[in-house]
Design a protein around this ligand. Structure first.
Ligand code: ADP
Ligand code: MG
Length: 251
């Protein structure tokens, strides 16, 4: 779905005039940004442009300096906001898979379900198995991360996030740490999620994925959104010189 709803409450994510500084360095300089339910938005831009910081602000891994972030209409920058409840609605997948190396795949998937969702052992295991099946790794339930390829580890990380049954998923360069031959299997899982209607915000350098899967592409540079629109516009006929220069470098 790519239509933009008019009512605030219907946005999955709404960012208003977001600023973030680290000391004297202003990294986000007034970002306005929306994601509709079921929408897939790819965020592209040069290294250091603030993409990860934006994503990390959305699930409060970083404290914004000013501005507002609404998740499903709820202002999460409010000091009284329940950050744990918020995080359980937002799945996050990082470049480094961040699996617990000393735990089996099954335990990696059940840990947060049991602690945060308070699920019984049996229920958590059932949810874990169904999500492993979703990413094509049913046979790895008892494996340890070190025995999996990078692509398999990242698919486990996706299954782990899905096991919390989030309303939306944030991906921060999920394939950047992978050997080239392993990128496709992870993108395929993400593509399927998008087809199933998951709301997704994806920071990526995979322009093929952005072109084929994104409803909207957002180009960031220097802490601002330079331009955004459907991939057929932003990636094919960018309006801004900075976007053109960036695309020439990555495509
Ligand atoms: P991107 O993901 O687009 O590469 P980042 O959001 O990671 O960009 O970083 C944007 C800028 O913020 C960079 O200059 C980076 O060095 C700086 N930065 C990010 N995190 C921190 C931090 N915790 N402390 C200080 N500077 C940071
Ligand atoms: Mg980054």
């Amino acid at each position: 779905m790519s239509t933009t709803p008019t009512s605030t409450a219907t946005h999955a994510i709404e960012v208003r005039d977001l600023h973030k500084s680290f000391g004297d360095l202003e990294v986000l300089c007034g970002i306005d940004f929306r994601v509709a339910p079921g929408e897939v938005v790819c965020v592209i831009g040069p290294s250091g442009s603030g993409k990860s910081t934006l994503l990390r602000c959305v699930n409060r891994l970083e404290e914004p300096t000013s501005g507002q972030i609404l998740i499903e209409g709820e202002d999460i920058t409010d000091p009284d906001a329940d950050v744990d409840a918020l995080r359980s609605r937002i799945g996050m997948v990082f470049q480094s898979f961040n699996l617990f190396p000393h735990l089996s795949v099954l335990r990696n998937l059940t840990l947060a379900q049991r602690r945060v969702r308070k699920r019984s052992k049996g229920e958590a295991a059932e949810v874990a198995r169904s999500n492993l099946e979703r990413v094509g790794l049913s046979d790895k339930v008892d494996a340890y991360p070190a025995h999996l390829s990078g692509g398999q580890q990242q698919r486990v990380a996706i299954a782990r996030a899905l096991s919390m049954e989030p309303d939306m998923m944030l991906f921060d360069e999920p394939t950047s740490a992978l050997d080239p031959e392993l990128v496709g299997e992870v993108l395929e899982v993400m593509r399927r999620l998008a087809d199933e209607g998951m709301t997704m915000m994806v920071v990526t350098h995979e322009m093929g994925f952005a072109r084929e899967v994104a409803d909207r592409v957002v180009f960031m540079d220097g802490g601002v959104v330079v331009e955004e629109g459907p991939p057929s516009e932003v990636l094919v006929a960018p309006k801004h010189e900075r976007t053109r220069q960036f695309l020439q470098m990555v495509i």
